[in-house]
Design a protein around this ligand. Sequence first.
Ligand code: CA
Length: 220
Amino acid sequence: MRCLIVEDDDAIARDLASALAGSGFHIERAADGDAAWFRGGTEDYDLVVLDLGLPRIDGLSVLKRWRAEGRDMPVLILTARGSWHERVEGIDAGADDYLPKPFRMEELVARARALMRRAAGRPSPVQEVGRLALDTNRQTVSVDGRLLSVSALEFRLLGYLVMHGGRMVPPTEFLEHLYGDDDSRDVNAVEALVARLRRKTGPGIIGTRRGFGYFLEGGA
Ligand code: CA
C-alpha cells in the first residue's frame, strides 16, 4: 500500500512515516502544498495523510484541486486543535477522515487501516479471498487456517491483491505500489517476491496469467 505523507514539520513527518511504515505502508513524503498537489495528481496512492497548514498552497486548497481533478484516493487530514471549522471545511472539500493535532500515532494508524478497509469495501479486519485470509490488524496471513510467516513486503503484496479481489494485477502495478519511486527495482523483483510467497502459500493461491499479471485464486 502506497502512502503519501504531506507535512512540512519534519519531526512530525518522520514520526508519521515510521508509524505507517511499521503498519505495512510504503511511504513517500511531500513538504509543501505545491509538491503535494503535483504528486497526488500524477501518482496513484492508496492513502494520503494531509496536514492542512502547509507552505506555498494550503492543504485545503490542495485537497479541493485533487477532488476537482477527479483524484479519489482516501485522504486523512490533520487539523489544528480545536479548529472545528477546519474539520468541517475539510470534510466538505472531500476528506475521508480527520485527526486533530496533537494525536497519538496509534490512533492515526488505526484510522489509516479503517480507511483502507472502507476503500476496499470490506469492513472486517480479516479479509478473505478463497482459501487465503489476511488480518490487517495483526498483520497475519493464513491459508486454510494455517498461519504463514511472511515479511512486511510479502504482506503488502498480498494485501494489494486482496484489496483488488480477484482482479489481475500486472507486475508493473506492483512495482509502483510496493517500491514507489525506487527505480532500482524491476519486474524481476516482483517475480522473485511472488515465487517466494508461493513456496509459503503452496499451490492454488496466487494465480498467474503469463504476460498479464497475478491474481488470487478463488477471488471475484
Ligand atoms: Ca504544518
